[in-house]
Design a binder for this molecule. Structure first.
Ligand code: COA
Length: 143
């Protein structure tokens, strides 16, 4: 089983670049929310190799009182489909409950919507395009 733990934001850069922004400037792999108060970052490790990441920060959406946003969910292509993404999210749900979070939401790539649906997320927007990245839905999960 992978070993999931809290990591510093800088440790997310390489996987963000390889999995989410291939061929794009590395500056795109730093998000303004990374250092926001209350933000946290998770990494999943196989030995000392980081194989999965996800980042969380407080960001309000309507109808919530303590919503968090998930960004930068990525698993190393060589390790996808082995339960690592699910493991990271299970760790996150536990921690978010401790933080009193009521809703976790994200802009989900349409290609990954099935992953989020399997974790209990539901779609709450029309499909929309993020230029240079592709089609997305807004998805949320109550905790
Ligand atoms: C999407 C991603 C994070 C999932 O992580 P993962 O470790 O590969 O997923 P898991 O192995 O935990 O899969 C959990 C379940 O979701 C399903 N699933 C995984 N990726 C999926 C996808 N892209 N579409 C539909 N279902 C998917 C799996 O089949 C599995 O279902 P099962 O338990 O019935 O077999 C990973 O594949 C990834 O990094 N993809 C490329 C980047 C990306 O799209 N990130 C999301 C940006 S919004």
């Amino acid at each position: 089983m992978p070993n999931t733990r809290f990591i510093e934001p800088a440790l997310t850069r390489d996987l963000r670049s390889i999995v989410l922004r291939p061929g794009r400037p590395i500056e795109e792999c730093t998000y303004p929310e990374d250092a926001a108060p209350g933000a946290f970052h998770l990494g999943s490790f196989s030995g000392d190799r980081i194989v999965g990441i996800a980042s969380f920060s407080r960001e309000h959406i309507e109808g919530t009182h303590n919503a968090y946003r998930l960004r930068g969910m990525a698993v190393d292509p060589a390790f996808q489909g082995k339960g690592i993404g699910t493991h990271i999210m299970a760790f996150a749900f536990e921690h978010l409950l401790l933080l009193g979070c009521d809703v976790l939401w994200c802009n989900a790539r349409t290609s990954a919507a099935g992953f989020y649906a399997a974790l209990g997320f539901e779609i709450f927007s029309e499909e929309f395009d993020i230029p240079g990245v592709g089609p997305h839905y807004k998805m949320k999960r109550h905790l």
